[in-house]
Ligand binder design. Sequence first.
Ligand code: UD1
Ligand code: UDP
Length: 384
Amino acid sequence: MIKVMTIFGTRPEAIKMAPVIGELRRHTNDIRTVVAVTAQHRQMLDQVLSLFHIVPDYDLDIMSQGQTLYDITTKALLGLQPVLAEEKPDLVLVHGDTTTTFAGALAAYYQRIPVGHVEAGLRTGNIYSPFPEEMNRKLTGGVASLHFAPTETAKANLLREQVQENHIFVTGNTVIDALMKTVSPNYRFADPVLQKIDFRTKKVILLTTHRRENLGEPMRHIYKALRAVTEEIGDAEIVFPVHRNPLVRRAVEEELAGAARVHLIDPLDYEPFANVMSRSYLIVTDSGGIQEEAPSLGKPVLVLRDTTERPEAVQAGTVRLIGTDKERVYTETKRLLTDSAAYDTMRRAVNPYGDGHAAARIAAAVLFATGKTASRPDEFHLSL
Ligand code: UD1
Ligand code: UDP
């Protein structure tokens, strides 16, 4: 029996680790699964834990309002020390690129516990964009001995950094596993605001913003541009689940409060959110995970960033990087609302990020790497 501890702390990590925990738990004869959360996020984490029926064995409850990177890093690192010392797992799994990811990997490394990195190898090549995620990924990659790369592109990035090829497993992204279990044409919204929106006749823009490098002026420019678009185009509506970061909330309040056909709501739980995505006309976002989910739903995405570590859907044509310049956000959004040919070329459903079996491949790779099975699992191959 091997003991595998998963460590995560934010909404997207939980969404993407939930399928992994589910698969690890299927191997009851070989794997004991322990779940530790830092709770870098609180409400946004808890809704995912509850949706996927995950009760953490350890909850560090570190979130504080307006927390800094120093707060998160030190609280997570110190909090994980006794947890790891008590459990002595054979392997720690961390996910992606948050500060919890990096602190979790470092905490395990200090106790010489091997680390597996889920969603390994994403890179922009710019350590300040996204900030601090690009560095969190690189540092976690430096610590990890197993790298679960979602795509061939991610694997190639790791090979360039001299990671040994036999330590890399191309698995697909587990977010597609989660999405496939969550989107349903029969889903009915409980939220009265969403119930009233006619997704069939209106052009609904789903908007999310939270990146640290977009806080301040860039976010204000985005909001001004989108406000202008909805004022001009009568059948456009914006659904904007506003992130709980107080800096995001302040800018939203100042720029968008009272704007016509702009629905400002609290962050949505994953199930309603995924189902809004599947029914909306267009997605405008600076999120990483949404760039992976929307292409499989056939939804065009305008990305409010200058770089992306997820180039596959840009190459496939369903995602376009537009940055945060006010004029550009206005023009690109308006074009997709008014030029049906431009819209149609972007709306193709593609699955560059996964086929729904990533978590099973990760569990199989864990068994292989720990000597429980003899054969290396099959890998995920991109299909466009
Ligand atoms: C974090 C991650 C980012 C990830 C994002 C996903 C870091 C440095 N950033 O950014 O990589 O893309 O999560 O959403 O790891 N808050 C609440 N309740 C919650 C969650 C957040 O009130 O459930 C508020 C708190 O005031 C908190 C603030 O939001 O201080 C920011 O949260 P934080 O985790 O520091 O950064 P995010 O921008 O969420
Ligand atoms: N998401 C959600 N509710 C929301 C906004 C996003 O459940 O109100 C989901 C979304 O479907 C995706 C993940 O959260 O799976 C992305 O999280 P976020 O954008 O916060 O982080 P990132 O992916 O940029 O790290």
